[in-house]
Ligand binder design. Structure first.
Ligand code: AMP
Ligand code: GLY
Length: 427
């Protein structure tokens, strides 16, 4: 089988890496891919934009691609699945209607209310004055969200009413384009976050191992929100008992409600949960795709061949598959970022030490990297590398990731030194 993977992050490198472990996979083509996917055997990059549906479809049809796996939300929200399916192709990822669960927070919120899924209290506004009066009445802390896709930057957890008002102005002044036509204002929840990613074919839902991301740029979960600075799996806070409740109270309700709207949702349904100190949980958001960097810790632990699961979702026979098999132990990934991220940063810095790190046992998933004209790996984004360790327990997995990181260098490298601190103190 030849598979085309859409996207260029660490998640897509991990998907390509996992697919290539199967003897069933002859080749993976990444659109556009990164320095890591360019350097793997049986893998190549195709320099097209992720929303160049015409280009992707012509290439796939002319080159015997039998499956397209879509990483990011943007092409899903723009309807890549609908487009390629209409050309007769097999595509993993929900259609445009299903992707609304991530692409509109207001839509997702009304789906949750209709389905009876536990979530934070919220109100939706179309203009600043009403949004501000609501914030003044509710008080701080409070959470302000742009409705649409904003590359992870559309959410402000405001500590003061003034911060919330500034966030409202920023959104309505057009910082996020059409993503900011609506503002969702939400009750601020306290607790620990966990990401539950489930595979679904629209009928059967099979959760993957729960993972915990580290959203804030600074140690001790301080500073600005980012796309994610590190992750680990399986997150012990998501106990089997909690996972059973997530299955019935969140995943099954969401899929049933989507179905009642005529949406045949196949792909990943990702529930971002806040586990409140009383042991209950609420859904913070749904995503319509694999998480990044969660995928970089979930896939190293997956024992069932990934392409079998993906095809079972696409062909709606997930219910016939045996239970998903996992390797024992733990995985942890630390994101090496460009200095300045999530603000401004420089690109084009030469990266050294990746093979030395790999010799220490880690798997290095590239995110913002590319090969330059001299075939050197250089930085090309804010989150640059995901250095992933595995082990019998979290202590081993995390120690391995940090040992690997010691070999890796590029000008301005920054990473959090405390990834997994919660789970280490528990362990
Ligand atoms: P979202 O894209 O909606 O998940 O928001 C991004 C991040 O903002 C989440 O991962 C949380 O860290 C934070 N967040 C979102 N909603 C809330 C909330 N209601 N209470 C507290 N933090 C939140
Ligand atoms: N790790 C957060 C996300 O993928 O949205």
């Amino acid at each position: 089988m030849k598979v085309l993977v859409v996207g260029n992050g660490g998640r897509e490198h991990a998907l390509a890496w996992k697919l290539l472990q199967s003897t069933q996979i002859e080749q993976v083509v990444c659109v556009p891919g990164n320095g890591g996917t360019a350097s793997m055997a049986r893998c190549q990059n195709l320099p097209l934009a992720v929303d160049d549906f015409e280009g992707i479809s012509s290439y796939a049809l002319e080159n015997g691609i039998s499956l397209v796996v879509v990483g990011p939300e943007v092409p899903l929200a723009k309807g890549i699945t609908d487009y390629l399916q209409a050309k007769g192709m097999k595509v993993f990822g929900p259609n445009r209607a299903g992707a609304q669960i991530e692409a509109s927070k207001a839509w997702a919120k009304s789906l949750m209310l209709e389905a009876g899924i536990p979530t934070a209290k919220a109100a939706v506004f179309t203009e600043a004055a009403a949004a501000k009066s609501y914030v003044q009445a509710q008080g701080a802390p409070i959470v302000v969200k742009a409705d649409g896709l904003a590359a992870g930057k559309g959410v402000t957890v405001a500590e003061t009413v003034e911060q919330a008002e500034n966030a409202i102005d920023t959104i309505f002044q057009g910082q996020f384009g059409s993503a900011g036509e609506f503002v969702v204002i939400e009750e601020c929840l306290q607790g620990q976050e966990v990401s539950v990613l489930a595979l679904t074919d629209g009928l059967t839902i099979r959760p993957l191992l729960p993972a915990q991301d580290h959203k804030r740029v600074g140690e001790g979960d301080t500073g600005e929100n980012t796309g994610g600075m590190g992750a680990y799996a399986p997150a012990p806070i998501a106990t089997p008992e909690l996972m059973a409740r997530v299955q019935t109270d969140v995943l099954e309700k969401a899929i049933a409600t989507l179905k009642s709207k005529g949406i045949d949702y196949r792909g990943v349904l990702y529930a971002g949960l806040m586990i409140t100190p009383d042991g209950n949980f609420k859904v913070l958001e749904f995503n319509c795709r694999f998480g990044d960097p969660e995928t970089q810790v979930i896939l190293p632990l997956l024992a069932t061949p990934l392409e079998e699961l993906i095809l079972a979702c696409v062909e709606q026979r997930l219910g016939e598959m045996p239970p998903i098999a996992w390797h024992s132990g733990a995985a942890a990934t630390v994101v090496a970022a460009s200095g300045g991220y999530p603000g401004d940063y420089e690109k084009g810095k030469v990266i050294t030490g990746i093979s030395e790190a790999e010799a220490a046992g880690v798997t290095v998933f590239h995110a913002g990297t590319k090969l330059n004209n001299q075939q050197q790996i250089v930085t090309d984004g804010g989150r640059v590398l995901n250095v992933t360790g595995t082990g019998e327990n979290f202590q081993q997995a995390i120690a391995q990731a940090y040992t690997g990181l010691k070999s890796i260098q590029f000008e301005g490298i920054y990473y959090r030194k405390d990834i997994g601190y919660r789970v280490l103190s528990a362990e």
